[in-house]
Ligand binder design. Structure first.
Ligand code: IMP
Ligand code: MG
Length: 192
């Protein structure tokens, strides 16, 4: 599990960020590793691999991941909303924006920013299987192992992190902080 550093680079959110959890160099090195491994899994396939980005959190991830792969890929985007994410509820997932193309017969890699309860991805994998892809797998940048409730089969996980709320590199709090180039933790005063 990765640990927090109190060194915070200069940023436009000033005192909101308490610490850096994954710095830029560490992010990029790990993403390059995961992209290389994914390229090796799909090399030699007839059709281009589809990278499916779960909006909005995985946008920076897909951009870096696709550029670090060395086989042809195509991008697709999907937006989901998960309601009732509590320990007692199984959660309801709704598609806010669907794919623009058919994925039947295609190799699909779902790219997700973070798995917390696992409810969102568990639902998505189940749902997409119904569309008849040739193969379907999940690669997530972050996972909070202490929070996972629903089983999600992941092919690769960038970093296991503590259960604290994190922002940056695509992850938000109330739509802010996505544009930070690293993953950090917020000061509790920001959300209280
Ligand atoms: P799950 O269904 O509980 O696994 O929720 C996953 C989704 O919750 C992610 O795709 C994020 O959008 C959001 N999320 C969970 N934890 C965090 C966090 O620490 N920071 C920002 N977003 C988070
Ligand atoms: Mg998300």
């Amino acid at each position: 599990m990765i640990a927090k550093s109190a060194d915070v680079p200069d940023n436009c959110y000033h005192d909101d960020v308490e610490g850096v959890l994954v710095d830029e160099a560490t992010l990029h090195a790990r993403i390059a590793e995961m992209a290389k491994a994914a390229s090796d899994r799909y090399r030699g396939e007839d059709e281009d691999t589809i990278l499916l980005c779960v909006l909005k959190g995985a946008t920076y991830f897909i951009a870096d991941f696709a550029r670090a792969m060395d086989i042809p890929t195509q991008m697709e985007f999907m937006a989901l909303s998960t309601y009732g994410q509590s320990a007692e509820s199984s959660g309801t997932v709704e598609i806010r924006m669907d794919l623009t193309r058919d994925i039947a017969g295609r190799n699909v890699i779902i790219l997700e920013d973070i798995i917390e309860s696992g409810i969102t991805l568990h639902w998505l994998v189940d749902h997409l299987k119904g569309r008849g892809p040739k193969s379907l797998e999940v690669v997530t940048l972050l996972r909070k192992p202490e929070a996972v409730e629903r089983d999600v089969e992941t092919t690769d996980i960038g970093f296991d992190i503590p259960s604290d709320f994190v922002v940056g590199y695509g992850l938000d709090y109330a739509e802010r902080y996505r544009d930070l180039p690293w993953v950090g933790t917020l000061r509790p005063s920001v959300y209280s």
